[in-house]
Design a protein around this ligand. Sequence first.
Ligand code: ACM
Length: 765
Amino acid sequence: MLRSLKLTVLAATMYSTTLMAQDADPGRYPLIPYPQELTARQGEFVVGRTTNIVSANVFANEVKQLQQLMTTFLGYKLPVSARIGASSIVLVQDNAVKGEEEYELDITPSRITLRARTGAGIFRCIQTLTQLVPLAGHPANEKLKTIAFPAAAIKDHPVYDYRGMHLDVARHFFSVKYVKKFLDVMALYKMNKFHWHLTDDQGWRIEIKKYPLLTEKGAWRTYNNQDSVCIEKSKDNPDMALDQEHVIQRTGQTLYGGYYTQAEIKDVIAYAAARHIEIIPEIDMPGHMMAAIKAYPFLTCDSENGWGKTFSTPICPCEETTFKFAEDIFTEIAALFPSKYIHLGADEVEKTSWAKSPACAAVMKANNLKTVEELQSYFVKRMEKFFNSKGKKLIGWDEILEGGVSPTAVVMYWRSWVPKAPVEAAKNGNRVIMTPGNPLYFDGIPDRNSISNVYHFDPVPKGLTAAEAANILGAQANIWTEWIPSEKRADYMYMPRMTALAEVLWTHQQRYDHYLERLTSSYALLDRMGVNYRLPDLDGFAGDNVFVDKGTLQVIKPLANMAVHYTTDGSIPTLQSPLLEGALTITQPETIKLSAFSPTGTRGDIYTLKYRQQHYLKPVAAAAMQAGLQLGIYEGAFKSATKIKAKADTVVTVTNVAIPEELGKGGKAFGAKLDGFIEVPATGIYSFYLTCDDGGILYISDEQVVNNDGWHAPVQKSGQVALEKGLHPMRVDFVEGGGGYTLKLEYSVNGGKIQPVPDSWFKRK
Ligand code: ACM
């Protein structure tokens, strides 16, 4: 891993000015992740009725996959034979292609050759071939008569061994059919680890033969608060409705839930294995166990089951009956899942019931444990020994570091506000998988910045030597589903941003603009697969818009085949709403809702544009000004940017709307006020884009221009203001609720390109 990582990083810097200029035509080669080496060639290889697939008794699974794939595009089956003919796709086992997932693909007008040492390499190569099928201009349901593959020579291998996706099926349940579709999409982008979060407080989703009540009771619930919120939201967005196939009637009650039988689990494992994806099961304990405790109340220290101050009551690590239960479960899990890993969870444990328990007092004394964190560590270490006895390695969320961690446990880093955790773990020799909340929690609502944030994520945290960095196995995006009640919503949340992660982990070279073009070309394939991806953003407007005499709404469409529909009566745009073509003139204050629709009818985000009339704001007289803004930091937790206390604890000067790292460190809650003036170079309608985690408000000349208040994950909001050339008083009030922050201000003028506000615009007295 280290070898290829070093080489690729070096290659990326060397290539940045030379090879990048020669990157292949993104329309002809819409490959994500981009291959390590691609030489574009003239001509095409045309697959048609006379083409055969050739393999000399190797790669039986991959031959079948390739044949099925061609059938889905062509509607007819290509024969498989041992002899190369006039038009052949040839699979070659080649031990010189060394890496586990490495492959070579050679497409010439007379033949396609796939080469690899392993089935995994050939399978990854088939995915590359899939992405090269030219689909532009073909409706998603149309079979192709022939496929003209563009000629190319490709040599490819991944930089990271661990390229993961997680799916929480406990908070909301997902069918076997959907999990298979999820695996298909992962496979297409060469992702290779599926972390299946199978149990949590809200549901137990895997059959355990020895403890049938886990699913009889634990897999079903009456609607909880989150379900009710989703149902309410579904009035505006049908994708927020619970999938009805998981709603049942039992003894007069409406219940939501479901679980996988062990036979279904085996079927999914086989499906993943055929795609060279490893499934890592997570059975989360000792916390997040309410569903199990509901079925087996003996598991807690105090026979209570419910919510503590922050998290749910955990199982008791001080009774042998608990270990017997856990070991029985993991015996079945270890037998079912071939992965070398089992994920124990071990996050977010409310330890108050342990602190009060006489049994725990005895265990702590007997084992010389000083704190309840050490007691958690005692539980995790005992479980790790048990996993090892079954030939498995333990993965745990990064809380397993807290009471002392064994050097062989694999740490899954998630708490963005504890940046030292992965650094210390890697220095300690632990293997680490990076899943930091920002930007890899894909349950965070996506916006126009999400893809860029993921693409520019570096899996190796700062502060590691090259040798220590070798302990970073890779990264993974997590999809927690408290607010993701349906399959369509899940698709929307992870696609297309997963494709950015795929390129980070496989290719690990910076090609952002080129990647965006390839992404644009790849939607046709996703349409064909029925993926409800988030459509790319429309441009040319802000959320809150102003006009002086009259305004013009000229929407910029990122994809030519999108149709934009709008309403002015507050209703949700549908395909039946008026089509927005050309420019719309605004002459009176109004609210416009608009949405883009793909050719298959998928609706993009609903934008609500408010228009109000304004005069150009007059500038203030320029006294002697200095560069920069004054930044005040207010210690404490403030739920709203309007509720920050009166007196600042620290005041410094900054060059832009940003909070220096050293002032906001430690993951603590705080408030901030950035105060000064903004000097705009020309009279115009200015749009400002304020990205905040948690919340913030931008004021210019006492006008509230952007309101992005409240505690939330990073999200961008925008507003407009009509400004005369010159200096205008401005302020940004910002609140951070704890756990890591983001603050960024961008602008555009008269509907132009969005860009950072230059430092030179900020002034203070
Ligand atoms: C987690 O998000 N509790 C791992």
